[in-house]
Design a protein around this ligand. Structure first.
Ligand code: ADP
Length: 498
């Protein structure tokens, strides 16, 4: 369950690809070496090669380094970053195992496209194993932290070098791309000034682009136009006695701002009693990463907050929040999207957020209103026409919800038309074409992208990251293309924690 799977399954189907995935249950004992399985079938419309992991490796690699170190690091939730040496060792082992498996199955004409932070070392590991004719791409589906945050992480140089094995690297937003370029410049001393959006390192060059992912908009629209799905939407509103229905759909993750949203809803009902009995919120929160302590604690807090909200305000057979924690199939999800007067997407940080786009794609009736956090990657494409909120301020969330609920029909229609135009024009297909183009034959950055990169470079001028670099000139040119390469990376003195 999650954005990456939703996005990539249709892509693999269309481009005749092979998915190399993990198999968390494949290996039992320490001496069990049968770590590769290949299969086709089981309703999966493309071949899958599975790389086996032992249970202890799943704990160290996936639950540990990926979910307790890299995920919070990339989302800048520093209190949750647990950078243990044993986790790091497992991360290296598993990344090498992936590289071995891919290298053993690749022909030189294959394009290798590596996805997400779980495999940040694989591009360089592949480069060491394959000849330079192979084209290697990497896509980072989560935010990329700024220099100040990354440089405090013990293995930042290895992570950056791991990524630089790729010919091209894609990020969802110009800000993330620009953070990465800045990190390579400041922490590795790479040349980033010869060409905008290009990093030169040794005899290699890596092209960096902002490529915001889209959704399979037509399939959402087609479902939304089915009569029985529309009837399901009517039934959802009837069943929950919704005069006004506000929806949120998230994985149960502390970056999604679920707790902060529930607190804002509580404040809203306390302040405006007229909303009670009229406005019904639904929180769909599917548990993920359930073996990770931070997720167990977060789930307990969210469920306690929902209970407290309902205990405080429920009356007769109305309750302020309906809470669902099971997955829905696509049809049911779309029925909820078209039932919702408002959808609230208010993460504290989010690489992109596909729910925002799926909601708009499903509203072929032209109605509905999107409340969107300015911290979501999706804000770069949808923020102008959504109701943009600052999730760090409760007042802003409350105002966003109230403004959505009281917006005129004409304004709703106008905003939704613009949102839909963005979503229908930036689909999974167009994202795929751009990313594969970058991997196979990188073109110079497009003018609008260049402008965005330059703008984000300006925005960061003189922040803590710049000041933290010994000897850094405050007067240095603002764009990445004109940055002075650092001679050497600043030292990180802290020993890796155990
Ligand atoms: P993330 O990538 O962090 O999981 P996104 O919002 O980008 O967040 O993607 C979440 C994806 O998971 C969306 O495609 C959404 O439709 C799907 N999803 C989330 N919750 C559910 C649910 N309860 N049932 C079905 N699909 C869900």
């Amino acid at each position: 369950m999650g954005g990456l799977t939703s996005a990539l399954c249709p892509v693999l189907e269309r481009c005749d690809g092979v998915w190399v995935s993990w198999n968390p249950n494949a290996l039992g004992s320490e001496d069990d070496d049968d770590h590769i399985r290949e299969h086709q079938g089981d309703g999966i419309p493309f071949p899958v090669i599975q790389v086996g992991l032992r249970k202890a490796e799943v704990r160290g690699y996936y639950n540990g380094f990926c979910n307790r170190a890299l995920w919070p690091l990339c989302h800048t939730v520093l209190r949750c970053v647990t950078p243990r040496l044993d986790y790091w060792q497992d991360f290296r082992t598993i990344n090498d195992r992936f590289a071995d498996v891919i290298a053993s199955r690749s022909r030189s004409c294959d394009v290798i496209w590596i996805h997400d932070y779980h495999l940040m070392l694989v591009p360089a590991a592949m480069r060491r194993r394959l000849d330079p004719k192979h084209r290697i791409g990497y896509f980072h589906h989560v935010p990329f932290p700024n220099v100040r945050v990354l440089k405090a992480f013990p293995w930042h140089r290895q992570l950056l070098k791991g990524l630089l094995g790729a010919d091209s690297i894609g990020f969802h937003t110009p800000d993330y791309a620009s953070n990465f370029i800045e990190c390579c410049n400041e922490l590795l001393g790479c040349d980033t000034r010869s060409e905008p959006g290009t990093i030169n390192h040794g005899k290699y060059r890596t092209v960096v682009r902002a490529r915001p992912i889209g959704v399979d908009a037509k399939s959402f629209q087609a479902l939304a136009e089915q009569r029985d799905v529309q009837n399901d939407a009517i039934e959802i509103r009837r069943k929950h006695r919704c005069e006004r229905f506000v929806l949120s759909v998230d994985r149960l993750d502390y970056t999604k701002g679920i707790l902060e949203r529930i607190e804002a809803i509580r404040a809203l009902f306390a302040r405006i009693p007229q909303c009670r009995g009229i406005v019904t919120f639904m929180q769909v929160a599917v548990p993920t990463r359930t073996d990770v302590p931070e997720y167990q604690q977060y789930r307990a807090k969210v469920e306690a907050a929902v209970d407290a909200l309902n205990a405080e305000f429920s009356h007769d057979d109305w309750k302020p929040m309906i809470y669902r924690n099971e997955p829905m199939d696509r049809r049911e999800l779309v029925a909820h999207y078209i039932a919702a007067d408002v959808t609230c997407v208010t993460p504290l940080a989010d690489g992109m957020n596909l729910v925002a786009s799926e909601y708009c794609a499903s509203r072929s009736d032209g109605d509905g209103c999107l409340v969107l956090s300015s911290q979501a990657g999706a804000a770069t494409t949808l923020g102008e026409h959504a109701l943009s909120v600052d999730v760090r301020k409760q007042e802003s969330i409350i105002n966003g919800i109230l403004q959505a609920l009281t917006m005129s029909e004409a304004e709703r229609a106008q905003r939704m038309a613009k949102l839909r135009s963005v979503v229908l024009n930036n689909t999974t297909d167009s994202w795929l074409a751009k990313c594969l183009g970058d991997i196979q034959q990188p073109q110079p950055a497009e003018p609008d992208e260049l402008a965005a990169l330059i703008k984000s470079g300006h925005a960061r001028r003189g922040d803590g990251a710049e000041r933290a670099r010994p000897g850094a000139s405050r007067e240095r040119p603002a764009t990445h293309s004109s940055r002075v390469p650092a001679k050497r990376a600043p030292a990180v003195n802290a020993p890796p924690p155990h």
